[in-house]
Write a protein that binds this ligand. Structure first.
Ligand SMILES: *Cc1c(COP(=O)(O)O)cnc(C)c1O
Length: 380
């Protein structure tokens, strides 16, 4: 049997909504289905100031532009993240400052943030790895004390709850991803949440190539013109239609993933007790959206053997991130792997196994059985 790392889930309603969008006469951004998605987010989670974007990468860039990241501005973020987190500030001349992670959840180690703050620090970008919320309350306290902006990279955490609120509700800015590899997909898509009410109008200009076209769409003006620095950060209404179908099925998708992850946890927990590996640990105030499942083995050899053995039985297991500070671009920024020793070590031992909502019963059985056999053989 072949088990891919991911298989996008299709609810069946996508095609209906997309066809409607196609024939509506409006295919660009900020029309009917964009509004429907935003309404749903507001009703379900109380999210306001949402801007649907072509990707989370675009949302992060739009956020960096919105808070005016300038050459030399320092932005603290975990090294254990995707390139987009760092690129979003780098393209405006900002300087990513990499912070170590907490081995319990692989999110930014909040106890190490303050020591990285300098007079040039402008922003903090935490992420929610595997959909497990970072400690945003603690991060906001640090940010308030030092007058910093927080943009939470919630690419993986749409629908995750922190103190009963969706991730992305607390920081000044938050970014979601609706990429094929995430829980809810429109192929490529994302959103920027602007929680700072006074920033929302400018955000609407920035996303529309620096114009006030939004006012024309709303009918408050009949002409629009160039008034801001901006770019094109809109999500086509055809893709917003696909996204609406996915978000309407959020609870179904989430529970399928949560069931699978619970099965994985039950499988791996005895090995954690033996001390040969560890899995994520987090408090009761966090309810993840079950985006991903990772394991950190005792050593790199064990991790690599696990991946090879999984490959032999047709199951795709994946190493996770190469830490940004250890990457080629990390070296260009002046980092070397030993600068963040802990992150580098954890990354060399981490592995992710397939989590997707459409995994069939017999596929789940197969993965559990084969994984169990491999675990037994490599840990004896
Ligand atoms: C997936 C991901 C992104 C990028 O999302 P896109 O929608 O593909 O641009 C950014 N940050 C993190 C942490 C991610 O996991």
């Amino acid at each position: 049997m072949k088990i891919p790392f991911n298989r996008p889930y299709i609810t069946g309603k996508e095609i209906l909504y997309m066809e409607k969008a196609l024939h509506s006469g409006k295919q660009s951004g900020n029309y009917h289905f964009n509004s429907k998605v935003k309404e749903l987010m507001k009703l379900k989670y109380g999210l306001e100031g949402v801007f649907l974007t072509p990707s989370c990468t675009a949302a992060l860039e739009m956020g960096a532009l919105l808070c005016g990241i300038q050459p030399g501005d320092e932005v603290i973020m975990p090294s254990y993240t995707f390139s987009s987190t760092a690129n979003s500030v780098l393209i405006f001349g900002g300087v990513p400052i990499f912070c170590e992670v907490n081995p319990k959840d692989m999110n930014i180690d909040v106890s190490k943030i303050e020591s990285l703050i300098t007079p040039n620090t402008k922003m903090i970008i935490p992420i929610d790895y595997a959909g497990v919320p970072c400690d945003i309350d603690f991060i906001m306290k640090i940010a308030d004390k030092h007058n910093l902006i927080v943009m939470q990279d919630c690419a993986q955490s749409y629908g995750s709850l922190y103190n009963n609120e969706i991730c992305g509700k607390k920081p000044h800015l938050a970014c979601y991803s609706f990429h094929e590899t995430k829980n809810y997909s429109c192929g490529e898509g994302g959103a920027l949440v602007v929680n700072e009410v006074s920033w929302r109008e400018r955000a609407s200009f920035i996303m529309e190539k620096g114009t006030d076209r939004n006012k024309v769409i709303k009918g408050v003006q009949n002409r629009y013109s160039w008034i801001e620095k901006g770019s094109s950060y809109l999500l086509s209404d055809i893709l917003a239609a696909m996204l609406l179908a996915q978000l309407e099925a959020e609870e179904v998708i989430k529970s399928k993933r949560q069931i699978l992850i619970q099965l994985y946890r039950n499988l791996f927990l005895p090995y954690q007790r033996q001390g040969v590996l560890s899995i994520s640990q987090y408090g009761d105030n966090k309810i993840p959206n079950a985006h991903a499942f990772w394991v950190i083995f005792h050593n790199n050899l064990m991790r690599n053997t696990f991946i090879d053995e999984m490959e032999k039985v047709g199951i795709s297991a994946y190493i996770g991130y190469v830490p940004l500070h250890s990457s080629k671009m990390g070296a260009v920024l002046g980092y070397s792997p030993s600068n963040l020793f802990l992150t580098d070590d954890l990354a060399s031992r981490l592995v992710r196994i397939p989590v997707f909502a459409g995994m069939l019963e017999n596929e789940i059985e197969y993965v559990l059985e084969e994984t169990h056999k491999i675990l037994k053989s490599i840990t004896k």
